[in-house]
Design a protein around this ligand. Structure first.
Ligand code: DC
Length: 231
């Protein structure tokens, strides 16, 4: 018999803090998190390396069939693998992100990753974060959140993160890149970025991570979440 899993979805634009919050929320609930942006980034990198960007749908499908995504661990130690190899920092550039956003508008790419995402969600309780988790991938998810903040604030946060790692990023060009990606992600015809009608929207512009987490946990708790996750 298929296990009944409970899914929490977090959607929102680039740089809003989805991954950090998904990791921490999953840690508190004692479950795994799925960073679906990392799946799109990995596919973009692999398709780019193989020179397959202009491939037709059938060839892309074959390419996708050769990639198997899997998840191990829980909370902060959750790890995403492709064909048994851990996905790491190689996908974390704005160039790869933009390529991911571009290929993400192709239905064949979305179908390929949707199957992998849903399959992971049938195996275990999950905090799933991305752009279309609450609208398309897990429309029946028990808890849905949509995070937002202005592009300027998101860029500023990214710049500060980079500075903490002693990297310098030009704020104006980062803001422009984030805006361009928002534009693509919100305006594509398949699975555009938008809040699900039953999602709780949280503006994170003037809230730190702990405040946002507090709002989410109170909502989950008030809706019987603790019993579902056994925490
Ligand atoms: O979350 P991220 O910034 O790592 O995502 C990179 C790109 O991947 C994003 O700009 C659009 C695409 N993406 C998507 O279309 N759907 C998702 N569920 C997750 C990411």
């Amino acid at each position: 018999m298929q296990k009944k899993t409970t899914i929490v979805t977090i959607d929102g634009p680039a740089g809003v803090g989805k991954t950090t919050i998904a990791r921490r929320l999953a840690d508190t609930l004692g479950i795994s998190y799925l960073d679906t942006g990392a799946m799109f980034r990995t596919l973009a990198l692999k398709i780019g390396e193989a020179g397959a960007l202009d491939f037709d749908d059938q060839s892309i499908m074959k390419f996708c069939d050769g990639l198997h995504f899997s998840l191990e661990g829980r909370g902060l130690t959750t790890q995403l693998f492709v064909n048994g190899i851990r996905i790491g920092k190689e996908i974390r550039s704005e160039k790869v992100a933009m390529l991911a956003s571009t290929i993400a508008s192709r239905p064949i790419i979305r179908d390929c990753l949707a199957a992998a995402q849903r399959s992971i969600g049938t195996e275990r309780h999950l905090v799933a974060e991305g752009r279309d988790m609450g609208t398309v991938i897990f429309p029946l998810a028990r808890f849905k959140f949509f995070l937002d903040a202005t592009a300027e604030i998101r860029a500023l946060r990214r710049m500060r993160d980079a500075e903490n790692q002693e990297k310098h990023i030009d704020l104006a060009s980062l803001t422009a890149q984030i805006r361009a990606r928002d534009e693509q992600d919100r305006n594509r015809s398949v699975a555009p970025l938008r809040p699900a009608s039953d999602a709780m929207s949280i503006d994170t512009s003037s809230r730190d991570i702990s405040e946002v987490l507090g709002i989410m946990l109170r909502h989950i708790d008030a809706s019987g979440g603790k019993a579902l996750f056994g925490c």
